[in-house]
Write a protein that binds this ligand. Structure first.
Ligand code: NAD
Length: 424
């Protein structure tokens, strides 16, 4: 398949074609052999399963689930499980491919995978969610395992879901297998620092970028879209470092205050079940308005494809920190690049989660657990090394941080594939 034009890609709105296109662009820029690109463009294994679940009212609903392994040239595959109505085989393949490059960019001994169930988890009771999770795990029990493929949380799943996956897999094996899944609760082999890991990683990336631009986190004005795991932890850590968080939002909308939002108060309000848009201390704004606010750093930490060709021209921040996966479309990316806005891409900016997942896997295999300071120090070392490598390539080749990050990730997987050789 040749390169699609941007327009064809957007019209196809096929996330996997988009991910393949990004791979081919990185490969073309950095001279990776065409045959090898075709190997990397394909997913190694995709499993689609049906998941019959007895609902609380006695009826039976049949859900569809997927587990996709994109590549395992560098080690067992790693990637989250998403529960969301928009989950499809294609979107899961795209997310699996992005995991491959992210793990390679971080230098982790993992390949990439992703899984998901097409469902609305908020519409399910706790019992229905547990039965769905246990049946899904049983359907993919031969695909996953600590030496094969290791799931983790993603949108719509959490440590409780990971505990059910761990328990179901372990019951099938006849003994506890800590390394089968990461993002587990601390009581069943989770890692200290895992819940804050993605926000921490994003903060480390921002600190590295600002240092290189002769700026500091203290005094920086940040607008954050999404106040879930990634966005809320990032907001808290930024305030601790002296930054001013001028806007936050959730799916219901957001609030803006140029003097800074009381993040501790907003966290307590959210924890009590409140909506961000109802939190006092700022004027109400929409999620679209948040993207165009006057600020230094814009951090999209919610959904895919929010910065597009249509609204990227209105972004006033000089730096975009991608906490979410895929928040910028290729068209939006081109506009940001043309305007000289530095984009710290998702594979770099939100990789803290998978790095600490790697630590959790290592701790589980060794059955020896580290202190939180140890986890955070090792996380910082890995993220800052990956940042430095990406920044050096970005400067050397006058290319975007996204291209540089892709080139490093794809190049490492290509090298491992070449060295291993094609079997048989
Ligand atoms: P989450 O479910 O904890 O939070 C998502 C947040 O986005 C919530 O505040 C939600 O209200 C908000 N939101 C939903 N729809 C929205 C909309 N239309 N506009 C604005 N906000 C909206 O999820 P999360 O774990 O924080 O993940 C967020 C993003 O970060 C996803 O793209 C995910 O893939 C990515 N990510 C997460 C991790 C992790 O460790 N949790 C790691 C890497 C990447």
């Amino acid at each position: 398949m040749g390169l699609l034009t941007r327009k064809e890609l957007m019209e196809s709105s096929n996330a996997f074609s988009l991910a393949q296109q990004q791979l081919r662009e990185a490969a073309a820029t950095f001279g990776i052999e065409a045959d090898l690109v075709e190997v990397l463009a394909a997913c190694k294994r995709s499993v689609e399963v049906s998941i019959p679940v007895t609902m609380d009212d006695g009826s039976i609903n049949v859900f569809t689930g997927y587990r996709v392994i994109h590549n395992n040239a560098r080690g067992p595959s790693k990637g989250g499980i998403r529960y969301h109505p928009s989950v499809t085989c294609d979107s899961t393949k795209a997310l699996a491919m992005w995991m491959t490059w992210k793990c390679a960019l971080m230098g982790l001994p993992f390949g990439g995978a992703k899984g998901g169930v097409t469902c609305d988890p908020h519409a399910l009771s706790l019992g229905e969610l547990e039965r769905l999770t246990r049946r899904f795990t049983t359907e993919i029990v031969n695909e996953i395992g600590p030496e094969k493929d290791i799931p983790a949380p993603d949108v719509g799943t959490n440590p409780a879901v990971m505990a059910w996956i761990f328990d179901t897999y372990s019951m099938n094996q006849g003994h506890s297998v800590l390394g089968v899944v990461t993002g587990k609760p601390l009581a069943v082999g989770g890692s200290l620092g895992r819940e804050e890991a993605t926000g921490h990683g994003a903060l480390f990336c921002l600190q590295e970028a600002l240092t290189r631009l002769d700026r500091t986190v203290a005094g920086t004005r940040v607008a954050i879209q999404g106040f879930g795991n990634v966005g809320s932890v990032l907001a808290r850590l930024l305030v601790e470092q002296g930054a001013t968080v001028v806007a936050i939002s959730d799916s219901t909308g957001g609030i803006h205050n140029a003097e800074g939002i009381n993040i501790a108060g907003a966290l307590a309000h959210k924890a009590a079940g409140g909506r961000v848009s109802d939190f006092p201390g700022g004027e109400r704004i929409t999620n679209d308005e948040l993207l165009a606010l006057d600020c230094d750093v814009l951090a999209p930490c919610a959904l895919e494809h929010v910065i597009t060709g249509a609204n990227a021209g209105a972004v006033k921040a000089s730096l975009v920190l991608e906490g979410a996966n895929g928040p910028t479309t290729p068209e939006g990316d081109a506009v940001l690049n043309d305007r000289g806005i530095v984009v710290l891409p998702d594979v770099l900016a939100n990789a803290g989660g998978v790095v600490v997942s790697y630590f959790e896997w290592v701790q589980g295999l060794q059955e020896y657990f580290w202190k939180e300071e140890e986890v955070n120090a090792r996380l910082q070392a890995i993220v800052t090394r990956a940042f430095a490598e990406t920044w050096a390539l970005h400067e050397r080749d006058a290319t975007s941080m996204r291209n540089a990050a892709y080139a490093l990730g794809v190049g490492r997987v290509a090298e491992a594939t070449m060295i291993r050789g094609l079997y048989p």
